[in-house]
Design a protein around this ligand. Structure first.
Ligand code: COA
Length: 161
């Protein structure tokens, strides 16, 4: 069996930065499971179903990518899915502290799952789901920063379709 990575997150919504991390990771892993956390602490714009649908549409033609959701502890989900690693993207130094803390907590909870960090492409360094939502809320054009289906969904959500 090939190498499997779980790529967890809120994906509210998925951005081109996330897509870039997935593309890069496919050079290292045979299968990527994009896992949407259902019990996140953030107040989401899109429902879990909407986020899963957008992700499935985005990756439908990319072999080796599965879209799923999970609740509870990430390390338990990763073990259940027999993942070799948890995948996270790093954009800037500001991500490091939070990611470092999460990776170490996850290691403490389960010593057998490693976290692998990939650097997001430079052109996506400034993008986060929040900044995309902020721009879209006030009518900004998000095309080229998120997949086309996501950009359309954002316009619908904010009544700009
Ligand atoms: N490109 C663009 N944006 C990116 C990015 C990339 N490559 N990588 C991260 N981001 C953004 C996200 O869009 C998100 O932006 P936002 O804050 O504006 O929404 C932010 O960076 C990071 O959020 P996210 O990827 O959703 O991760 P998170 O830090 O909120 O953590 C889980 C989410 C699911 C990984 C984490 O909460 C978890 O594991 N939950 C399960 C419970 C558990 O086991 N916790 C850990 C042990 S206690």
């Amino acid at each position: 069996m090939g190498k499997i990575a779980v790529y967890p997150g809120s994906f509210d919504p998925v951005t081109n930065g996330h897509c870039d991390v997935v593309q890069r990771s496919l050079n290292l892993f045979d299968k990527i499971i994009i896992a949407v956390a259902t019990n996140g602490t953030k107040d989401p714009l899109f429902t879990i179903e909407e986020r899963l649908e957008m992700l499935k549409e985005t990756f439908k033609e990319i072999p080796g990518v599965e879209v799923d959701s999970f609740d509870g502890l990430l390390v338990e989900y990763a073990a259940e899915r027999r993942a070799d690693a948890i995948l996270r993207g790093l954009r800037a130094v500001s991500d490091f502290e939070h990611e470092f803390q999460m990776a170490l907590m996850n290691r403490k909870l389960n010593r057998t799952v490693e976290t692998v960090f990939l650097m997001t492409g430079l052109r996506w360094i400034f993008i986060s789901s929040s900044i995309i939502k902020e721009a879209a809320r006030f009518g900004g054009d998000t095309r080229g920063m998120v997949p086309d289906n996501v950009s359309q969904k954002l316009r619908e959500k904010f009544g700009k379709a």
